[in-house]
Design a protein. Sequence first.
Length: 248
Amino acid sequence: MKNLKNGLKSRKNEIKISKILSFSSGIYLMLCFLAPMIISPDMIPELSGRANAIDYANHESWGNGEHGEGASLGHDQSQHGGTFAWSELHPIWAFTYAVGDVNCHQKYERSWEINENQMPVCARDIGILFGFTIGAIFFGFRGFNRWTIRDTFLTIIPDEKLIPIYRKDNRLMAMIGLIILAIIPTGIDGFTQLMTSYESVNSVRMVTGLMAGSGLAWLTCSIIAAKAEYFQSAEDVVLPAGAILRIK
């Protein structure tokens, strides 16, 4: 069997990682659309919680309180369709909204509605999920284990494009630069909202989230796929421009 461009004969592990990660994020992304679509109309009110906190588990949870209209966190839930408890939903939809509750602020003005129900996560998180799914799938086609995270990450770029980078040994900077390019639109959009009177729109939030999600997927796949044990020695790793990997 002919060796692949990284010097190995198989990339089963890279494909396996891609399938697991893209399937996991893709399933949850699908649930984010199915849950509000299948739940009876107007069951999910306008929400406004906190990221990395549980706000809507039951009717006594933080999110269902009266925090003031225009507050930096939360609002008067009674003025936005009444209280909400995801624990009372069907287990599948409860899981979907619980994950959203823990990970997303769920601000209604930054989220979409389907079937008169607010989606479990905001528009930017929908973009991140979509980008992560596409990015993980892309890695399944283009990613190769090259021992280190940086060399594995860079395999998403054709080898002929990497020759100048390897000749100057700018591999780490190239990886960091690509990650920054992926997340900087989200950072600019988010921090401009935070620091000024600018208010983004959901379409922009989704597109910037998609870019960040793609970069996160490539990095995550590379971290998991970079396995030294698949090679007999570092010198066996085939790199662009005839570069040789040496472990000090």
